[in-house]
Design a protein around this ligand. Structure first.
Ligand code: HEC
Length: 87
C-alpha cells in the first residue's frame, strides 16, 4: 500500500557515437540487439525507465566496459548476465 515515488524522466542526453561500419554490419547488430537485448533494454534501444537505457550508458563509448558487462558478466549479480555463451 506504499506510494511509489513520482516518475522522473531522465534529463541525461543520449550518447552519440560516430559509427564506421557497413550497412550490412549495422543490420547484423540491429538483429543481434533485437534477439538478445531488446526484451529488457527496449526494442530499438528505448528503455522504459527501469533497466538502463543503453543510449545513455557510459559503457556505450567504452569497448572495455562493454566487454566487461556484456561478455564477462561483471553485473551478473544485478541481473545483467554474461552473453558469452550466446554472442
Ligand atoms: C534479462 C534482462 C536483460 C537482458 C536480456 C540484457 N540486459 Fe543488459 N542489463 C540488465 C540489467 C538488469 C542491467 C542493470 C544492472 C545494474 O543495475 O547495474 C543491465 C545493464 C546493462 C549494461 C550497463 C549499463 C549501464 O550504463 O550501467 C549494459 C552495457 C548492458 N546491460 C548491455 C546489454 C546488451 C548489449 C544486451 C544484449 C546482448 C543486454 N544488456 C541484455 C538486464 C538485461
Amino acid at each position: 500500500k506504499a506510494k511509489l515515488p513520482a516518475f522522473r524522466p531522465t534529463t541525461q542526453p543520449v550518447t552519440v557515437i560516430p559509427v564506421e561500419a557497413s550497412a550490412a554490419t549495422i543490420e547484423k547488430g540491429r538483429i543481434l540487439f533485437a534477439d538478445n537485448c531488446g526484451s529488457c533494454h527496449g526494442m530499438g534501444g528505448w528503455a522504459a525507465g527501469i533497466i538502463p537505457d543503453l543510449r545513455r550508458s557510459g559503457a556505450l563509448g567504452d569497448p572495455a566496459a562493454w566487454q566487461a558487462v556484456v561478455i564477462d558478466g561483471v553485473l551478473q549479480d544485478r541481473g545483467m548476465i554474461s552473453f558469452k555463451p550466446y554472442l
